[in-house]
Design a protein around this ligand. Structure first.
Ligand code: DON
Length: 597
């Protein structure tokens, strides 16, 4: 059955309201108010499904699946479209991680297509620079990983000919697509930081400036949402990839154009070379898996902190009964404490494991997590200190700054029983703001995910400092959950900078602990604590569950939580395997979209 309606009367309201009555926690009844505006409902399909942050990308993936393509094929097609129609979030000039569940063998494999620092990079790369100066510069651009990753997953897991996967992207690049309101609004908000149309740091690059804005010295407003956009340069890049494979990107004319764009940056030139590009390789890494209430939760290990932090949060929460209501103050308190503890360890220990020794196994050791869970009381613990997990690690100092904002998540299940979870990024909105001349794609600013400081005041090195050829620490948490027999249960992940970890963990808890379906799980307002304040998401009519945010805030403050109420930019794409078929949820905080049949 294919259900297309995105809105319906909120089933979640019923679930949560019933839960609150059954368990009768008074506070829960105060938190949960009846749904006034209908919220999105889950979509169910029989045999294949793709969820992305954009309807055109979803359609591309859906077509590939319908033609017998695998989840890997669908992800490649979706990525080519995302880079065109959601350029603020991901693209050929960025990087991505893929978690793959193989339907035939039952094996989980993870692929690291993270950007790398050029070989000329040194640990003082960002010393003395503000985040904005570093972001809007050639110094922040890492060697892109996405084209190589697309080729790798297709080679390993694809079924359709590579060339066919480019048809949807090519059609849209040449035939045109409509600029989304979201893209236009983001261009406008960045342009507002400039002194004038001619004196620009944001969209300093004339190629990106001309493509996204009205492009004159007197009128540089963003092209309005709905503008018909064509990108023949992007089509040429897709043709090169289609005909020559990833090598056509990492060598030759395109590679020269990338180097030129980095080294000729109008603000601060970078140092990426042709050799850096030619040497880029995807790394296959061991998946990081942990047990949560009898489910196996697998994700991406270092250089991502994602699976370690999500796994720690879940391993700590397993020591508690979370009750029946995801917005009950008790449940939110516990989730926030687990977040504090996980972020304390993440900030100290995690960096690229090819360069630093990360105590990955120790961080997920059940006894260690039991000890960490024992630190939780009824009151907010305040800033959590890192623990000392079993196992080897380099002496490191915690990384303090965290400046992250452009990323997208793709979840796919195919008819062969394979599943793919891919989080893909250019780091901040529109990456570093430079569009490769003749290439039609933007460069990333992923290297700002490194610690700007190389060491603390005592000189102790920070695990995530810049080093030549290193990959910056990520929060991206593409995740696949399976049951005790290894059968596929859930595919999830999100954009959102360091908040990705909380969004992903919350989606899992909402499904496993609260019994919500994927859309209901996404509709629950976000709550999280990255070892600072407890952030609550205000309700969004027609998108999230309505709730009394002031009452929840007061209940948490009574326990000593510093609380902030802030809008949150998740973009969860979630698929659950059930006896009724594949049940999908998309995030309508962005332009989420579900396809399949
Ligand atoms: O890899 C990371 O963790 C970040 N570069 C992700 C940035 C991000 O999610 C921005 N999204 N909204």
């Amino acid at each position: 059955m294919r259900v297309r309606s995105r809105r319906g009367l909120g089933a979640l309201t019923v679930a949560v309201a019933l839960a609150a009555t059954a368990a009768a926690p008074v506070a829960a009844q105060q938190q949960t108010v009846p749904e006034a505006v209908p919220v999105p409902e889950a979509v169910t399909t029989a045999q294949e499904m793709v969820v992305t942050a954009n309807p055109l990308a979803t359609r591309a993936g859906e077509q590939v699946l319908r033609n017998g393509g695998t989840a890997a094929d669908a992800a490649v097609a979706a990525q080519t479209v995302l880079g065109l129609v959601e350029p603020q979030s991901s693209g050929l000039g960025g990087g991505a991680f893929v978690v793959w569940h193989d339907g035939a063998s039952g094996e989980i494999t993870t692929y690291d297509g993270r950007e790398k620092a050029p070989l000329a990079a040194t640990e003082d790369r960002f010393a003395g620079l503000s985040f904005t100066d570093a972001w809007q510069s050639g110094l922040s651009a890492g060697v892109p990983g996405t084209p190589a990753l697309m080729e790798e997953i297709h080679t390993r897991h694809g079924a359709l000919p590579w060339q066919r996967l480019f048809a949807p992207g090519l059609r849209l690049a040449l035939g045109g697509y409509e600029m989304t309101d979201r893209t236009a609004a983001l261009v406008d908000s960045y342009l507002a930081n400039n002194d004038s149309c001619s004196d620009r740091l944001f969209f300093r690059d004339p190629v990106a400036f001309e493509y996204y804005t009205n492009g004159s010295e007197t009128d540089c407003a963003a092209k309005p949402g709905g503008t018909r956009m064509r990108n023949p340069d992007y089509a040429d890049t897709l043709k090169t990839l289609r005909d020559e494979g990833a090598e056509g990107f990492y060598t030759g004319q395109l590679a020269e154009a990338v180097v030129e764009a980095v080294q000729g940056d109008p603000h601060l030139p970078g140092d990426m070379t042709l050799e850096d590009l030619a040497d880029y390789e995807v790394a296959e890494r061991s998946p990081v898996c942990s047990d949560y209430r009898g489910h196996e939760v697998c994700g991406m290990g270092p250089p991502s902190s994602g699976a370690l932090a999500v796994g720690q949060m879940l391993g700590i929460l397993e020591h508690f009964d979370l009750g029946d209501d995801p917005l009950d103050p008790d449940a939110v308190h516990l989730f926030a404490q687990a977040g504090r503890l996980a972020f304390a360890d993440r900030n100290l220990y995690v960096g690229d494991a090819d360069f630093v020794t990360v105590p990955a196994e120790g961080m997920l050791d059940p006894d260690y997590l039991a000890e960490r869970a024992g630190l939780i009381t009824d009151e907010d613990m305040g800033t959590a200190e890192p623990g000392i997990p079993p196992g080897e690690f380099d002496p490191t100092a915690p990384q303090t700054e965290s400046n992250e904002s452009g990323t997208s998540h793709v979840s796919v299940v195919d008819r062969y029983g394979n599943a793919l979870s891919m989080t893909t990024t250019v780091e901040s909105g529109f990456g570093n703001g430079v569009m490769v001349d003749g290439g039609g794609f933007l460069l990333n600013n992923e290297l700002t995910d490194f610690s700007f400081a190389a060491a603390d005041a005592e000189g102790t090195p920070i695990a995530n400092r810049v080093q030549p050829g290193k990959r910056p620490r990520s929060s991206m948490s593409p995740t696949i959950v399976r049951d005790a027999e290894g059968s596929l249960e859930l595919v999830t992940g999100s954009p959102g900078g360091s908040r990705i970890i909380g969004y992903t963990a919350q989606s899992i808890v909402n499904v496993i602990d609260f019994g919500l379906d994927p859309q209901q799980a996404i509709n629950v307002p976000h709550v999280q604590n990255n070892n600072g304040s407890t952030a609550l998401e205000p309700p969004i009519p027609g998108v999230t569950l309505d709730y009394d945010v002031a009452a929840l805030r007061a209940a948490l403050e009574a326990r000593g939580h510093p609380v902030t109420v802030t809008e949150q930019a998740s973009g969860l794409s979630v698929i659950q395997v059930t006896s009724e078929g594949l049940v999908g949820g998309a995030d309508y905080r962005r332009d989420g979209s579900i396809g399949g049949r």
